[in-house]
Ligand binder design. Sequence first.
Ligand code: NAG
Ligand code: NAG
Ligand code: NAG
Ligand code: NAG
Ligand code: NAG
Length: 302
Amino acid sequence: MSTTAPEKHVSKRGCLKSRRSRIVLAVVIFIVVLAAVIPPVVVTTLRKKNSMGPKSKVFVPLYVYPAPGAWTPLEEVISAHPDVNFTVVINPGSGPGPNALPDANYTREVPNLASHANVRLLGYVHTTYATRNVSLVRKDIETYAAWPSASSNPDLAVRGIFFDETPQQYSPHSLAYLQNLTDLTKGLNGFGPDPFVMHNPGAVPDSRYLPTADSTVVFEETYTTFQERHGARLLTAIPESNRTQLCAVIHSVPSTVDGSKLRGLVKQVRSVADEVFITHLSSDYYASFGTKWAEFVSLMAA
Ligand SMILES: *[C@@H]1O[C@H](CO)[C@@H](O)[C@H](O)[C@H]1NC(C)=O
Ligand SMILES: *[C@@H]1O[C@H](CO)[C@@H](O)[C@H](O)[C@H]1NC(C)=O
Ligand SMILES: *[C@@H]1O[C@H](CO)[C@@H](O)[C@H](O)[C@H]1NC(C)=O
Ligand SMILES: *[C@@H]1O[C@H](CO)[C@@H](O)[C@H](O)[C@H]1NC(C)=O
Ligand SMILES: *[C@@H]1O[C@H](CO)[C@@H](O)[C@H](O)[C@H]1NC(C)=O
């Protein structure tokens, strides 16, 4: 008995052990299977969630005259996508126009746009590649800044300046010229607490200009040119810059680039530029909204 009992005991324990180890084995297999199945599911979910990459702002050169209803396609997407930010350039007359205030269509529509928390309005001013009489440029900037006081309407306001036709080639004179205008803009009352400065050289400028603006349009070309020049690679290769300072404008996108192709394009441009405008229009591309305007903004919201 004394020999069989331990034997039995051993065999019992052995049996217990093997049942326990079978359970352990089953649990281990279960965990291994789970480990194999769950991560791809989690990764796929995360990938789906982040599949469009970083969010960028919708950049809108709104060279559309605000006849009643003309800005409605913009108002609609701004309201539909409160989590998307819009940088909108208005241009009453190649600048603020000759008078202290723009006409009644502008004074009616600008406050509507400005009232949205996700909209930053900028006033258009041209510099003719830093050759325009700087006093006249300064006068244009001061005219925009004075809109709220001249109209006694705090909502008739822009929050910074879009400088068109800024130079690409470096010269100390041009840099001083642009810095002077940035300093003026940043120092004026009338643009709100954080005046914003954009430059438009339309192509990658000398990197020494980049710090004088909050954002620079470094690409303003057709879709075909974007493809030929490997636009996304071009923009990541700009010395001493990163996407937070860059704006890209791509126009003349072929109508065949829609659905997943348009999605791929928007994703690619979002990865390299913090402000983005993409349109299928191939002429007067800032004067109206293209047929895929709402689709483009939805992809910016994704
Ligand atoms: C506003 O726009 C309409 C349509 O273009 C035009 O007929 C009207 O004259 C404009 N109003 C002013 C004050 O310019
Ligand atoms: C939009 O603008 C708001 C206010 O300036 C800011 O807090 C938010 O981070 C911006 N969102 C994006 C996606 O740029
Ligand atoms: C620039 O414009 C101002 C104001 O109109 C004028 O007084 C000045 O003579 C102009 N300068 C040049 C170089 O044309
Ligand atoms: C900018 O230029 C104007 C006119 O040439 C000059 O009076 C002013 O002092 C300059 N401002 C700065 C900040 O350099
Ligand atoms: C990107 O550039 C901005 C403006 O020059 C700068 O403030 C920021 O630190 C830079 N970010 C990175 C990640 O280099």
